[in-house]
Design a protein around this ligand. Structure first.
Ligand code: ADP
Length: 633
């Protein structure tokens, strides 16, 4: 059980809820309106048959027009049934059509508009997960705001309808000659009113106590564990071998309990289940019992007044039904105040996430769309620390490169190569120094304009389970000839020729039985074709050949100059042999550029490049000897 939280005041909770409602109103007003109408109709309409039932019984017992009342009862019952069915159908349609898309839009729009560094921040990822967990686990958060508003409208309608139907119970007097004439005394009326308020208050209080066991209990970690294992891990084919080999199901089951302090989250021994077998269950039962005691009292009061001749016996059912509705409506309203306060706590992560500010400066200059693609990039004394870290991932980096050049970025793991690319593509801004495009700080350009200058194959790029051609063009309608040409240039030509459906072949088999499973190396070639199709002036390739075997790599590099044409290419590579053809090689070490030059010069010079070169040459030499030995055997 999580430690007891500081609760928000009612005003704060109401403000949180108001904000939630305005978010829904903006995203999907139709869902709000249909929910309100449904709850209103559900609350008000049952009073109609209740009224006519009473009139019918009165007519039977008092000699009124039974047939008219019977017809009215049947007609009202039919109208109520039809209207309710129509409203339910409309509400269901609205919810299915708009609720989830709106929910997703609220969060996806935020994710898409956020600064990249904030998406990358594990704190924000955890926040996003927490929002989903709270929704999945107890329906808390934004969805609950919309339900609370609809239920409040329902409760209000129930109260108003009941008041209208029960007012005559208090006004109509018992006959003066009756022995029950004391029921006309104002104290009797006051007594009934007090009893009702007491029942409303107690019933709501007990229900809120029962509900408070939920908001004092944090089930998100258990839910996270459960969701990861069953919804992600078990559904991903590439994990199934590991799950079996390492019995990860047992690990997760045990981990789930450990995360919950030994709690099994959903099972019969969970904290919530135990609470409902104990005090929470007792409070929930007491809430229902109090309401029933009140209904009994109303039966007594209305029955006695009917005996005293205040109204017909049929009206007793009307008053009992109406007052039970009144008390339920009022206690629902009180309960909703409790729910609203509990839910406001769970809205905190939602607002914290939606309020993450965009800190990156967004300039307004447009990048010149130069036909000659004459661009020059300069890093001027650039330094960068990842958020929340002290160490400099890059420091004092200065370099210049012109369009059409091939720049290789080499260095050991952790030396800052990927960080350099992230800064170049403005996923992050430097903490020190500046990066210039044609002499102007890149922050001054429009962000989308600047990004459009780059086509990047990130190390962990992803292809879609969609047709090959659409993957290359990143669009449904595309230039087929160009897509094919790019695939051929990227070295995928021979494989393409083997595919019976060519560009229309679906990648992977999630959606199509005849989809193809491409290897890591083939996927890299497709990703490269995607870059070529985009035709941006800068191509950035982060370890573009890591998944290729040495032969395929040699083949690809021999063609690189032709593939890249007049574009500027920046490669990150582990294998120094791949960089020989580059115009410029920047050697990174501990976040600094320690050497710059061409391969032939660098390899002759004492320094980091030569050390790396010799270490790799040793490896290749050993590998070749091993191959020779194997062949000889
Ligand atoms: P390389 O690409 O050369 O392997 P990186 O640029 O990825 O190196 O990393 C440079 C340094 O920055 C390393 O010390 C690494 O641990 C650190 N680093 C990389 N990414 C992050 C991150 N998201 N948060 C904190 N530190 C990071």
């Amino acid at each position: 059980m999580a430690e007891k939280k500081e609760r928000l005041s009612f005003r704060q909770a109401a403000a949180y809820t108001r904000r939630g409602l305005s978010i829904w109103w903006e995203a999907a007003p139709e869902v709000l309106v249909s929910g309100w109408v449904r709850e209103g109709v559900d609350a008000l309409f049952p009073y109609l048959p209740l009224y006519f039932t009473a009139q019918l019984v009165n007519a039977i017992s008092g000699g009124g027009d039974v047939w008219i009342m019977l017809a009215a009862l049947l007609a009202s019952t039919a109208v109520v049934a039809v209207v309710r069915a129509a409203v339910h159908c409309w509400d269901e349609t609205m919810r299915r059509a708009h609720q989830w898309p709106a929910w997703n839009r609220i969060f996806f729009d935020k994710l898409l508009s956020m600064d990249f560094c904030d998406i990358d921040d594990p704190k924000n990822q955890a926040l996003r997960t927490q929002i989903d967990q709270l929704r999945n686990w107890g329906g808390f958060g934004l969805n609950r705001v919309y339900r609370v508003s609809a239920e409040a409208i329902g409760a209000l309608c129930r109260v108003l309808g009941a008041a209208a139907l029960s007012v005559s119970l208090f006004i109509l007097p018992v006959r003066p000659d009756s022995a029950l004439v004391w029921l006309n005394h104002p104290l009797c009326l006051l007594g009934m009113a007090v009893l009702m308020l007491l029942s409303v208050f107690l019933s709501a209080r007990f229900a809120n106590w029962a509900e408070s066991y939920w908001d004092q209990y944090d089930g998100t970690q258990g839910n996270r564990n459960f969701s990861f294992f069953y919804f992600i891990a078990m559904r991903e084919r590439h994990r199934s071998a590991d799950i079996r080999a390492y019995a990860q199901d047992r690990y997760f089951e045990a981990g789930g309990r450990a995360n919950m302090g030994g709690d099994d989250s959903f099972g019969p021994t969970s904290t919530v289940a135990k609470a409902y077998r104990g005090r929470a269950g007792a409070f929930a039962a007491a809430s229902g019992a109090v309401s029933q005691v009140f209904v009994g009292a109303v039966y007594l009061f209305a029955g006695l007044k009917a005996l005293g001749g205040a109204f017909g016996v049929g009206s007793v059912t009307q008053y009992v039904g109406a007052l039970a509705g009144l008390s339920k409506g009022l206690s629902d309203l009180l309960e909703l105040v409790g729910v609203l306060r509990a839910n406001a706590e769970f809205l905190k992560p939602t607002y914290e996430f939606l309020d993450i500010p965009n800190k990156m400066y967004q300039g307004s200059l447009t990048t010149e769309k130069r036909a000659d693609r004459k661009y020059e990039i300069e890093f001027r004394n650039v330094g960068f620390q990842y958020p929340g870290t002290e160490a400099w991932a890059l420091r004092h980096v200065s370099m210049k490169f012109d369009v059409g050049e091939r720049l290789a970025v080499v260095g050991e793991n952790g030396s800052g190569k990927t960080t350099f690319i992230k800064l170049l593509c403005r996923l992050y801004d430097p903490a020190e120094g500046e990066i210039l495009l044609n002499g102007i700080d890149i922050r001054k350009y429009r962000y989308d304009d600047y990004l459009a200058l780059f086509s990047v194959v990130f190390q962990d790029f992803k292809l879609l389970s969609q047709p090959l051609g659409q993957n290359v063009a990143a669009a449904e309608d595309y230039d087929r000839a160009r897509a094919e040409e790019c695939l051929v240039k990227a070295g995928f030509g021979a494989r393409l020729a083997e595919l019976p459906k060519g560009l229309d072949t679906c990648l992977y088999r999630e959606f199509e039985d005849d989809g193809v499973e491409v290897s890591g190396g083939e996927a890299q070639k497709i990703a490269l074709a995607r870059v070529l199709y985009q035709d941006a002036p800068f191509i950035v390739l982060d370890e573009p050949t890591a998944a290729l075997d040495p032969e395929a790599e040699a083949e690809m590099y021999s063609k690189f100059n032709d593939i890249v044409e007049d574009k500027t290419a920046v490669y990150i590579s582990h294998r120094l042999s791949s960089c020989r053809f580059c115009d410029e090689i920047a050697v990174f070490d501990h976040g600094k550029v320690v050497q710059q030059g061409v391969h032939d010069t660098l390899v002759e010079t004492e320094g980091k490049y030569r050390a790396l070169w010799e270490a790799q040459a040793q490896y290749y030499k050993k590998e070749r000897e091993r191959q020779n030995d194997l062949e000889w055997m």
